[in-house]
Design a protein around this ligand. Structure first.
Ligand code: ITT
Ligand code: MG
Length: 198
């Protein structure tokens, strides 16, 4: 069975990647699985693509192996696209999912549902030493709820209601989330790209 390293320290993402790649017979390892603690990569880019590349190229250079990175976030129309690339640390350091959710709910206040439109975005970058980095993007449309609901997933899942559903991703749980998520859509495109290479 082949292995692929995912340049993430986010437990929630790492878990989702393990499930996705199992289907292709690939073991997805994250930075949390490595013995050595690699340096934290500063996400100083201005786009999801730039930040993803900083992570995948940075780690691929250190270890000289193929590395996949995921830069993702929640884009809320009524907030002019925020938190966007700043999703992980929207309420400041250290990163805190609960505080981030509270900040978003506070900022949206009692704005009606038709004005609470948002999308999750996931940009994957695959860096193979000696090759140029390739990018695949996936999105998931939805609305921001009025309160936190559900126990599954991570990040903003308890307040994100995907289009066509009336429950949050945190209520729907991993099986349903992994069918429709931004990450699932990006991985589908990566799969097509990988198949076209063979
Ligand atoms: O950089 P790595 O180590 O991968 O971990 P991170 O959590 O810092 O990841 P990002 O820089 O890509 O920031 C993404 C943030 O967007 C949010 N997010 C991304 N995907 C999500 C998902 O599937 N469900 C809920 N929130 C998500 C969540 O708050 C993440 O912390
Ligand atoms: Mg990050």
């Amino acid at each position: 069975m082949k292995e692929l390293l995912i340049a993430t320290k986010n437990k929630g993402k790492a878990e989702e990647f393990k499930v996705f790649f199992e289907r292709y017979g690939i073991i997805a390892k994250s930075l949390l699985d490595l013995q050595e603690d690699l340096p934290d990569i500063e996400e100083t880019g201005e786009t999801f693509e730039e930040n993803a590349a900083l992570k995948s190229e940075g780690i691929a250079k250190i270890l000289n192996i193929p590395v996949l990175a995921d830069d993702s976030g929640l884009v809320i129309d009524a907030l002019g696209g925020k938190p966007g690339i700043y999703s992980a640390r929207y309420a400041g350091e250290p990163k805190d999912d609960k505080k981030n959710i509270e900040k978003v709910l506070r900022e949206l206040g009692d704005l009606p549902v038709e004005k609470r439109t948002a999308r999750f975005v996931c940009v994957l970058s695959l860096s193979i030493p000696g090759n140029s980095t390739i990018y695949k993007k996936g999105t998931c449309e939805g609305v921001i709820g009025f309160e936190e609901k559900g126990i599954h997933g991570f990040g903003y899942d308890p307040i994100f209601i995907p289009e066509g559903y009336n429950q949050t991703l945190a209520e729907l749980g991993p099986d349903e989330k992994n069918k429709i998520s931004h990450r699932a859509n990006a991985i589908k495109q990566l799969e097509e790209w990988i198949q076209n290479q063979q």
